[in-house]
Ligand binder design. Structure first.
Ligand SMILES: [Mn+2]
Length: 360
């Protein structure tokens, strides 16, 4: 944590910002270790304060040893002016992407009382989070493993006639029982034509034999997320499905084989996109190739057409090409990978097979 704080201070100094108020929960956790749901960090070149309410003082003190914990009695808006006066703050940067308009109005009123200038900033902490350290990677790998095992178990358990919601619940149950502290997002189960909706929420629709099913699952371990998509079919598939599956699989393989450190997210995206376009389905791959995963399910870097994010060793991101045929079906395959010096290492180990055939 101390090292993270020092890297942040270097960024503050480079932008000539004397102090930063951190209000984004994931940034607060990343910088301090504090896992509670409420509180702010106030960081200057010398100070590291964690401001939280009565509920969290003891927890914050234990979890964030690099920070001096202070109890907020009346809420930050009311305590900002005296705090700024006490600390002699003249300029305070705040995270523009994580403040409500109402909060900003209240802070602004308090700041003007004491001549404090509030400076909106974006992407000050987030870039630090892109490259994972060994401990973060271990948590992600555990979350990946739990999702892999759940998908594998559910593929063995699944029978025609089971509803999408029952499948989602079984996936969730498996992951919870394997130690997940939560789901990474509302799990996606889309069967038949519903698989053409990239973010289909599970319904009571029963899954029929021969229908492609998109399963997009993930869980949380130590605050870190996993994200895994497999497309399966019970029983006899439509030949069109197998053809599409093969294109998506080749696009994913190609991207995983060719992504290198130093590429931009846009260049990585293009590897898969060009292959899918050449097969005639460019317009049916309407989302990005991937996204960073960590304390948030979607974070930097972004692997989309126009992304100029430079891919660096230690980054963890998804590689998830898909083709969606409205009214018919969809196919998406998603792995989580970690970028290493010579290319990606694929973390996801759930089998990739277009057809799950039942023997009975
Ligand atoms: Mn994803």
């Amino acid at each position: 944590m101390t090292e993270r704080l020092e890297r942040l201070r270097a960024r503050l100094a480079a932008r000539e910002l004397p102090a930063l108020l951190v209000s984004t929960p994931t940034n607060r956790r990343y910088l301090s270790g504090f896992t509670g749901s409420a509180g702010f960090l106030l960081i200057t070149a010398e100070l590291a304060l964690l401001l939280t309410d009565f509920r969290y003082v003891e927890q914050a003190t234990a979890e964030a040893p690099a920070f001096h914990v202070r109890q907020l009695q009346r809420g930050l808006a009311k305590e900002l002016a005296p705090l700024a006066r006490e600390l002699g703050l003249q300029r305070l940067a705040f995270e523009a992407a994580n403040v409500t308009y109402q909060q900003w109005e209240q802070w602004q009123a308090a700041a003007s009382e004491v001549g404090l200038e509030l400076v909106p900033v974006i992407d000050l902490v987030e870039p630090l989070r892109r490259v994972k350290d060994a401990e973060e990677l271990a948590s992600i790998e555990r979350a990946v493993q739990i999702a892999d095992q759940a998908v594998q178990a559910v593929c063995e358990w699944l029978r025609p006639g089971v509803s999408e919601r029952a499948v989602a619940w079984e996936l969730e149950r498996q992951m919870r029982e394997a130690g997940a502290e939560g789901m990474a997002f509302a799990l996606i189960v889309g069967s038949g034509p519903r698989g053409a909706l990239p973010h289909a929420q599970p319904t009571e629709k029963p899954i029929a034999a021969g229908e492609p099913v998109v399963l997009d699952v993930g869980c949380v371990v130590d605050g870190y997320h996993s994200d895994l998509t497999r497309t399966i079919c019970l029983g006899e598939p439509d030949p069109a499905y197998l053809e599409i599956y093969d294109i998506v699989l080749r696009a994913q393989h190609e991207a995983e084989a060719c992504i290198r450190p130093g590429m931009t997210g846009g260049e990585a995206d293009r590897i898969a996109r060009d292959l899918i376009a050449a097969a005639g389905y460019g317009d049916q791959f309407g989302h990005s190739l991937g996204h960073g995963v960590g304390l948030e399910i979607h974070e930097g870097p972004t692997l989309r057409r126009e992304s100029e994010d430079i891919l660096q060793p230690g980054m963890v991101f998804s590689v998830e090409p898909g083709i969606y045929l409205p009214g018919r079906f969809g196919v998406r395959l998603e792995d989580l990978v970690v970028l290493e010096a010579d290319g990606v290492r694929v973390l996801s180990q759930a089998p990739k097979a277009p057809v799950v055939r039942r023997s009975g």
